[in-house]
Design a binder for this molecule. Sequence first.
Ligand SMILES: Nc1ncnc2c1ncn2[C@@H]1O[C@H](COP(=O)(O)OP(=O)(O)OP(=O)(O)O)[C@@H](O)[C@H]1O
Ligand SMILES: [Mg+2]
Length: 386
Amino acid sequence: MRETELMKQYEEETGNLAIIEGEITSKYRDWKSRKHKQKTKEKRKQELEQAQKTSKKIKEQFDQGKKVDKDYDHLIVVENLHKTYLLGTTAIAALRGVDLIIDKGQFISIMGPSGSGKTTLLNLIGGLDTPTRGKIFLEGKNIAMLKDSELADIRRDKIGFVFQFYNLLPQMTALENVMVPLHFSGKLSKRGKEKRAMDLLSLVGLEERSHHTPSELSGGEQQRVAIARAFANDPAICVLDEPTGDLDSKTGIQILNLLRDLNQRGATFIAVSHDAAVAEFATRTLHMRDGKLVREGKVAGLKETDIMELERKKDAQINKEKCKNKIYQYLFKNSGKKKIKIANISKSIPEPILKNLPIHFNDILKEIVEDGVIKGKVEKDVLILE
Ligand SMILES: Nc1ncnc2c1ncn2[C@@H]1O[C@H](COP(=O)(O)OP(=O)(O)OP(=O)(O)O)[C@@H](O)[C@H]1O
Ligand SMILES: [Mg+2]
């Protein structure tokens, strides 16, 4: 506004003159300065309101782009996932646009050369790290939109991790390491936690090493502790980075059999592995290269590899011998009896032996009688001794 117009406004507002005897009055000067400050304040306020409006709009657009939830039926949906690590001024593109859908109960194996982004992909799916770009939906929920505490709850209750380098707590014993996730879930009493952890350790064949710390265990044993720990809270999703890496082939197969049992009970597995046995075992095999999924090999279902079949048959044969010994023990205890119900004999055989025989129990009993080891005959469901 021009000075003359301002003076006019002053004179109209206050009824005073702006110029007396050719001099600008100090009252006018004060008025002008107040007016100026007021105007600046108003302008600032307007600017601030405008900025707030713009930032709200940007946030809304951003959130809309991220989409809070999707009515996905799939367990996991990965959309255009990118991850770039910054090392000083160098950017390393570890993932460069991964799209992937995983359904409940699948057993996925991921293969690929070192540095192709396998561990990075697992960490992102497991909510341990955040993507640079792209989205991950877990049961339809965008994990980027979850609060840290919500994500921690999901990690604790739904996801079991077996890390490439085990990540066991060095000061704690094997038992205590397995108890850590049980402690966080807070569902069991101290004794309940101990029992559960001990059961898990015997599941991986380590009940006798429960009081050893990681430094007192071999690589394969540490890996088995890590596997027991991953299963502690019965996770719906198991993320495994090289689960059989440090295991000899027999233990590797035992672990794979364990994974298969859990998988058949409904848990979903995503396993990174260089081990061909794992790939043969999986329902889907994905191949990664330079941060991308390049190829997917499909297989019909859970398959048994040749070596697994061999081990199973060997175990079955051993069980047959154990079963025969148990039969002799039973007959010795019941010597004097002439007629014995076959069901009563089979009841005396421990479940794991009975369930894993190469032939039916009744046929084993017939074999013994036919070989003349015991004198008598099998009639329907009764053993008649001479
Ligand atoms: N925290 C990190 N900071 C910087 N770069 C990283 C980081 N983690 C991984 N990288 C880089 O990202 C790329 C992918 O790494 P990633 O560990 O996912 O590969 P990988 O397929 O699991 O390899 P390996 O088979 O050797 O375990 C590599 O080039 C790696 O050097
Ligand atoms: Mg890796």
